[in-house]
Ligand binder design. Structure first.
Ligand SMILES: *Cc1c(COP(=O)(O)O)cnc(C)c1O
Length: 721
């Protein structure tokens, strides 16, 4: 489901122009990952790269950028330790200056390829936009700190402490237990270094007799000095004040030469060295320290299209703090060719109607705000602007039943589902329950007959006992031995073959993916399907049928990194919910062979689901799919981040967190469902007492962090009593 084209900033000729344009999305090699970039930091190195200031020749038509964070969107066959949706960072790794954003395409694009070994795991506890600058600036100063060999309680001088790199360096040094001498200039920087950054000493490096002053306040000079300044003079000063045996680490890149007095360098045993970025493990360490110590990173988030402006500002010194490009859904300028990705909804509405877009009423706005903290279910999503606009556009009041060939909007929607699922035909239905029951009824002709299913299956447990009423079928409820999902082993034993008139034969095996957010992997679906479809049946009978309750199939295949087609090859029919993670206002869709769907239409009518003015809802569902499907990896990543946090503070789960659900084992954790609800409520959040937390594309980062806070308070209080 990856797009074939994407937006990227392409550096034309050395340093002359940057062009924002569409280029193809790459395919990762066997040991590579494709990362959907959310944020990309912009630093001076990029500017140098853009201008061609490095000794090596940059790649032609280079996509710049070398510090980016995002989600794993795809990976090669040799990559085994990453999952779709994992949060990773791409950093400048350099053996032989193989810099991303210089020798290979970098992070100023929506989808960037990097070696899996270089993908840095972003741990929970830091926002993505804050992580982006750490990948370059943070690791640069952290690595330099390691190179300085300074020991806990020893003093390190940070030269240029008031700048972006310097302020990070001060905080890292403090977090690692060193004493910090900050060198910067002016009383504002003095206050900032001593009070905000926690430096122990301050010396103004523009003062007179800097070396004497440094030696005096540090009682003999610092044990190490890290120089991030981009002017030359502080390098010379450092050789004069460093303590004998000390180390000077150069990080800043001023033009010029370093000359020292060889006699004193030898006799004082002074080490002078350069330091440049670090490896993946050091970056992961740097992130972990930053999160643990909770120090601040200064950055400004700017629109993806603003890169040229940022460079202009950097060159003329007008840039305050570090810029972080918001890549994500890509440029708000530009065209709408990548539909659903980078369309500026407001602009479109104005253009198409000639009136300002006001399809989002105040009450819908409020509903969206509420959805941001509503963890009861993924059915609580509310229509986005494009969805509302689609409803307006489709309001032609066709009649899907009377009109010859059906309603065009319904047909367009069903066509899209056919493409997505690889099935011959699709049919819009009112609800998931209706979809499942129509499918089962269509498959089953004359009792006696049995449906084999997971004992927790929605079709059996949550659908008001419809199976015996509508299809006159009994069920065989099977408990998966692995506690998570059915396997061939579970199914094999429980199939009732035809021939013994005591037992109603199995005619349908009904699986569910996801169940409680846990995936039933393709491998197992295939094994079950291959077996079931080949069970011997009497002459003249059709094989046992495979049905999928795929209410959240699209969540499952997105997380597993497979296509819906591949998965549905194992099934004769499926019901897919539109009103859940897909974000449609209502409805479900069933798929199967043409013949199957033709027959299903009888039962849809019989079960009261043959609605006529379905066009609006079908159009809304189509727009919702475009909008929501690309967001699923992000939803899963957020879910996993919260799950990681909850696990660390003592929560136990009933099921693996594969997609958008966290199912808390309330008993094992030792918290009560009612308390969970009331703690959430106190933080303005909605949850059910079952312990199941459902995430969806409208859950906000803020909603997620409030949930973490609520559940931390809950577990602390419940454990106390
Ligand atoms: C939601 C859901 C359905 C269908 O539910 P409706 O509320 O009838 O739309 C079916 N199966 C599963 C697994 C579900 O989660």
């Amino acid at each position: 489901m990856l797009p074939s084209m994407q937006w990227a900033h392409v550096f034309k000729t050395r340093g002359q122009t940057i062009e924002l344009k569409q280029i193809p999305v790459g395919k990762p090699g066997p040991d590579e990952v494709l990362v959907q970039i959310e944020y990309s930091g912009v630093c001076h190195t990029d500017l140098h790269a853009c201008k061609g200031d490095f000794p090596a020749t940059p790649k032609e038509n280079l996509v710049g950028g070398h510090e980016g964070v995002g989600l794993v969107a795809a990976f090669g066959t040799q990559v085994h330790d990453l999952r779709i949706g994992d949060l990773v960072g791409i950093q400048p790794l350099c053996p032989k200056l193989q810099l991303s954003g210089y020798m290979v395409d970098g992070t100023f694009q929506q989808y960037c390829i990097c070696k899996a070994d270089n993908a840095v795991r972003i741990p929970p506890g830091i926002s993505l936009e804050a992580a982006a600058p750490v990948l370059c600036a943070g690791i640069t100063v952290y690595k330099a700190l390691k190179e300085s060999n300074v020991q806990p309680d020893q003093i390190i001088a940070i030269v240029g402490a008031g700048g972006g790199l310097g302020s990070l360096a001060c905080q890292y040094a403090k977090a690692c237990g060193h004493k910090v001498l900050a060198l910067s200039s002016g009383s504002a920087k003095r206050g900032m270094c001593l009070y905000d950054l926690g430096a122990d000493y301050f010396v103004d490096y523009k003062g007179s007799n800097v070396a004497e002053e440094v030696k005096r306040v540090t009682g003999g000079g610092p044990h190490a000095a890290m120089i991030v300044s981009s002017v030359e003079e502080p390098f010379h000063q450092a050789t004069q004040y460093i303590r004998p045996g000390g180390t000077i680490v150069a990080v800043g890149l001023p033009p010029g030469k370093l000359s020292t007095n060889i006699f004193s360098m030898v006799t004082q045993k002074i080490n002078i060295k350069g330091s440049y970025v670090g490896n993946r493990y050091e970056t992961e360490e740097a992130l972990a320290i930053l999160i643990r110590a909770g120090f601040s990173v200064q950055y400004n988030v700017v629109d993806f299209a603003e890169l040229q402006n940022i460079y202009d500002k950097m060159e003329n010194g007008g840039m305050k703090g570090r810029a972080v490009l918001k890549v994500g859904k890509a440029p708000t300028k530009g065209s709408s060719e990548l539909s659903g990705y980078c369309r500026d909804v407001h602009l479109n509405l104005k253009q198409e109607n000639g009136t300002p877009g006001n399809v989002v009423s105040r009450s819908l706005e409020q509903a969206i705000e509420r959805a941001a903290g509503d963890f009861r279910s993924d059915t609580v999503t509310v229509p986005t602007e494009p969805v509302m606009q689609a409803i307006i556009n489709a309001s032609t009041f066709g009649d899907d039943i009377y009109d010859e060939g059906g309603d065009p909007a319904v047909n367009a929607f069903q066509e899209r589902i056919r493409e997505l699922t690889g099935k011959e035909a699709a049919l819009f239905v009112l609800s998931g329950t209706q979809g499942n029951q129509i499918c089962l009824r269509t498959h089953l002709h004359q009792p006696p007959h049995t449906i084999l299913l997971d004992y927790r299956a929605h079709v059996q447990v949550w659908e008001t006992g419809a199976i015996p009423l509508l299809s006159q079928a009994t069920v065989t409820g099977v408990e998966p031995k692995n506690g998570i999902h059915l396997t061939l082993d579970d199914v094999k034993d429980r199939i009732v073959e035809e021939g013994n008139f005591h037992f109603p034969p199995t005619r349908v095996v009904s699986l569910e993916n996801t169940l409680g957010g846990a995936i039933l992997p393709l491998k197992h679906a295939r094994e079950i399907s291959n077996y079931v479809r080949n069970v011997r049946v009497p002459r003249g009978r059709s094989p046992i049928v495979m049905h999928l309750d795929g209410a959240r199939l699209l969540e499952a295949v997105t997380a597993e990194g497979i296509t819906a087609k591949e998965y549905l090859d194992c099934f004769d029919s499926a019901s897919i919910c539109l009103s859940k993670g897909c974000g449609a206002p209502m409805g479900s869709v069933i798929v199967g062979s043409r013949e199957f769907i033709d027959r299903a239409m009888w039962f849809r009518k019989m079960f009261g689901g043959a609605t006529r003015q379905t066009g609006m809802m079908a159009a809304a569902a189509l727009a919702a799919l475009d909008h929501s499907l690309p967001l699923l990896p992000r939803v899963h990543a957020l879910t996993r981040r919260v799950a990681d946090y909850l696990h660390r503070i003592g929560y136990e789960f009933l099921l693996p967190v594969d997609t958008n659900m966290i199912v808390i084992d309330l008993k094992k954790t030792g918290v009560r469902g009612e308390a969970l609800v009331s703690y959430c409520k106190r933080h303005g959040l909605l949850a059910f007492p079952s312990g199941r937390l459902a995430f969806h594309h409208q859950i906000s980062e803020d909603g997620a962090s409030r949930l973490q806070r609520a559940l931390l308070e809950l577990i602390l209080d419940e454990k106390r009593v």
